[in-house]
Design a protein around this ligand. Structure first.
Ligand code: AMP
Length: 397
């Protein structure tokens, strides 16, 4: 299977070649012909599988010449929207199509100027887009393709009322594409209302994290979490690592503690300004900063190369968030390690994760760490899980 056989226009095929994509990924091979046929589509695929190209390449083929806003892509977070805009710029490279990125946290002026140029593709988060619609800066009555990306995440984040309002502004005679890990009942309602006889494509269940990721649990008493996290970071041979914290306050505290200890670390969560978030991601992507401390805002979909380790400072309450968090490593068949610190009250969340991914997670103890007693440690000791360091596979510096 090659990109030439999927019905894409020449410009889109050349764009894929320019990015050195040799063969379409499974979701691309299945979704592109359906999208070109004009049918509505529900797509589910693990992150990092090439989902963005699966919808933007056929859209680029269909839109052809620049005229007015004909495609709208909705994203749950600013970072994902920015990432899709970047991909869209790559995929429209050989065309004169224009795309515009609209999200909150930045000034309106530049977005107004861009909208005045009638971009062909608008990539937006729901709140800021509604502001622009209500100010008359953008009209959606000529939308030909609507993409609801990470739809379950938009639902979780409380965006559904906004999404419904936006859909009501769109041309009813449109194609609708929806990408989502799961289809909870409220999403099924939206699908029934907003889509016409959609086809469903499922590539690899979201509950199957990449095979190339090694998972380990580190049980510890509550009052030693910080100490253990520091010890894991000190002894782990990481290239770059994302540390996830359930709370923004926790992420801030830990980010500062790391910086105080001389680690190059940045923090990303929703209370930081857009400028700070963008800078943190840029520094992390470029390798200048090797530790990114993040809340779940960074867990979905972000495509960051070479993340060798994910460390969970706490066990996510929602098992799917665990799969998303660790999906930041082990991408594109590279190896990765997922280390999760866990305390006794989190046992129920661990059980839910093990049930979802359908395998037990080994409990291990870090050698030469001065543990205080917790019942969890007995389990770990009986697990044959002692490790010399957090990951002895790589040598660091
Ligand atoms: P996504 O799932 O859209 O976040 O894409 C994950 C990564 O895979 C991105 O870095 C893409 O540039 C890359 N990618 C997408 N499609 C292909 C392909 N057919 N061949 C190689 N890499 C790809």
């Amino acid at each position: 299977m090659s990109f030439c056989n999927l019905g894409l226009g020449e410009d889109a095929v050349h764009a894929a070649q320019r990015l050195r994509y040799l063969d379409p990924t499974p979701i691309q091979a299945q979704a592109i012909p359906v999208i070109i046929s004009g049918k509505d589509l529900i797509g589910s695929a693990q992150t990092g599988t090439g989902k963005t190209a699966a919808f933007i390449l056929p859209i680029v083929s269909q839109l052809k010449k620049h005229s007015h806003t004909r495609c709208l892509v909705l994203e749950p977070t600013r970072e994902l929207a920015a990432q899709v805009k970047e991909a869209s710029d790559d995929f429209t490279f050989f065309t004169n199509l224009r795309s515009s990125l609209l999200h909150g946290g930045v000034k309106y002026d530049r977005q107004h100027q861009e909208l005045a140029q009638r971009p062909d593709i608008v990539i937006a988060t729901p709140g800021r887009l509604l502001d622009h619609i209500e100010n008359g800066a953008v009209k959606l009555d000529k939308i030909e393709v609507l993409v609801l990306d990470e739809a379950d995440r938009m639902l979780d984040m409380g965006f559904m009322p906004d999404v419904r309002r936006i859909i009501n502004y769109c041309n009813t005679n449109r194609q609708t594409l929806l990408f989502s890990a799961t289809i909870p009942p409220r999403l099924a309602d939206l699908i029934g209302w907003a889509m016409k006889e959609p086809l469903t494509i499922e590539i690899g269940r979201r509950s199957n994290p990449a095979e190339t990721v090694q998972h380990v649990l580190y049980p510890v008493a509550m009052n030693q979490k910080d100490e253990l996290l520091m010890a894991l970071l000190d002894r782990t041979n990481y290239e770059s690592v994302i540390v996830f914290s359930r709370t923004k306050v926790g992420a801030d505290i830990f980010g500062h503690a790391l910086q105080a200890k001389g680690h190059k670390a940045e923090v990303i969560h929703s209370d930081r300004s857009q400028g700070q978030r963008t800078k943190a991601l840029e520094l992390f992507r470029s390798g200048e900063v090797e530790v990114l401390v993040a809340t779940d805002i960074a867990a979905r979909g972000l495509d960051i190369e070479g993340v060798s380790h994910v460390i969970n400072y706490d066990v996510p309450e929602n098992p799917e968030d665990y799969v998303h968090r660790i999906g930041r490593t082990g991408r594109a068949n590279r190896t990765g390690d997922a280390l999760t610190i866990f305390t006794a009250p989190e046992q129920q969340y661990v059980t839910a994760i093990e049930y979802l991914i359908n395998k037990p997670l080994p409990r291990v103890k870090l050698d030469n760490f001065n543990y205080t007693y917790t019942t969890l440690l007995q389990e770990a000791a009986g697990n044959d899980g002692r490790r010399k360091g957090a990951s002895s596979r790589r040598k660091r510096r």
